[in-house]
Design a protein around this ligand. Structure first.
Ligand code: FO1
Length: 320
């Protein structure tokens, strides 16, 4: 089978390790379409956090505790940088991660597309068999507008909001600048068209899956492939297992629950996997969202065995 996963930030990686194990065991091919709205040009390098996270998780180099970056990462460069009070010290570029950012920046300056550079990094640096695709090669930037207690609104880059401001402040708007004129990266539409199964990773519905679905053509294509598409709820017991979905979902009118997350993809998914904590929501979801079949399993992916079971459960919805 051709399995295609849509992935963003922190929640996707653990699940992708389960998908990878099922794909390897059963001889399926895996492609992952990744959010690039988090990308940041910082200190002269182009950082693609979600592309890097997916590569770290699939290569096994991820630091599970920190949730981003590689195991054993050091921050000597950041310590030296902070000796200069004029330098921006809020976004930590790890020493090993920096090699990835420098390579990506060098190749982009040579005129390579983000897709081409991502393929080189995934294959040559991380030894990954899966095909890793940015959602687009065009610039798309997630912006978060927050209003402080003083009533003043600020238009922040996603990373400024999430890292510098630690997701504080009342979110009044989420935008994906550049999305309306962005084109899906070369391999995206062929992968979605040929997929035997499409998996929506348990990523933030607003800023991880949202930007991917905002690329013109992607959502309409997924609607046509709804019969092979299954999502995994990123919300368990009314809260995200990681990240800041609970702060962003209300800003776009979504209830912070497994049913609220299901509503955000009801037009593109025929299956929805929820945690055992949310077993009592299963009937309500199927009643409200016709065509959605709910599966219940343990989705708190503390290790690869649990993640593999979640992947099997999701695939069972569309593989008969
Ligand atoms: N997250 C943090 O909480 N603090 C950081 O300093 C930080 C730096 C960073 C650098 C590179 C990178 O790829 C990711 C980094 N992250 C950091 C995580 C990042 O904000 C998130 O992984 C995603 O953007 C959220 O989906």
């Amino acid at each position: 089978m051709e399995i295609v996963a849509l992935a963003g930030g922190i929640g996707a990686g653990k699940f992708l390790r389960g998908v990878r194990r099922v794909a390897a065991a059963e001889g399926h091919r895996l492609s992952v379409i990744v959010n690039t709205g988090d990308d940041l040009d910082h200190l002269g390098v182009h950082v693609s956090p979600d592309l890097d996270s997916v590569c770290h998780w699939l290569s096994g180099e991820m630091d599970r505790e920190r949730g981003w970056g590689v195991r054993g990462e050091t921050f000597a460069m950041m310590e030296a940088l902070r000796a200069n009070p004029l330098a921006p010290g809020w976004f930590n570029l790890g020493d090993r991660d920096l090699s990835t950012h420098l390579y990506r920046t060098m190749r982009l300056r040579q005129g390579a597309t983000l897709s081409a550079v991502t393929a080189e990094l995934a294959r040559e640096r991380f030894g990954i068999e899966a095909t890793i695709l940015p959602m687009t090669d065009d610039p798309v930037t997630t912006r978060i507008v927050v209003r402080g207690v003083d009533g003043v609104s600020e238009d922040l880059h996603f990373q400024e909001y999430w890292v510098d401001r630690k997701a504080q402040g009342h979110v009044v708007e989420v935008r994906f600048d550049g999305a309306s004129t962005a084109r899906p990266a070369a391999g995206v539409e062929p992968a979605l068209t040929a997929a035997d199964a499409i998996l929506l990773c348990p990523s933030n519905p607003v800023v991880s899956l949202g930007p991917i679905l905002a690329i013109p053509g992607v959502r309409s294509l997924l609607r046509r492939r709804r019969d092979v598409t299954v999502g995994v709820s990123p919300i368990v017991g009314g809260a995200p297992l990681a990240g800041m979905a609970d702060r962003l979902m209300p800003a776009v009118g979504l209830e912070v629950s497994a049913i609220g997350a299901a509503r955000s993809v009801a037009d593109v998914a025929t299956g929805w996997v929820v945690d055992t904590t949310d077993r009592d929501l299963a009937d309500a979801i199927e009643d409200e969202l016709p065509g959605m079949r709910v599966r219940v399993t343990d989705t708190v992916m503390r290790d690869d065995d649990v993640a593999t079971e979640v992947a099997r459960t999701a695939l069972s919805v569309v593989s008969g």
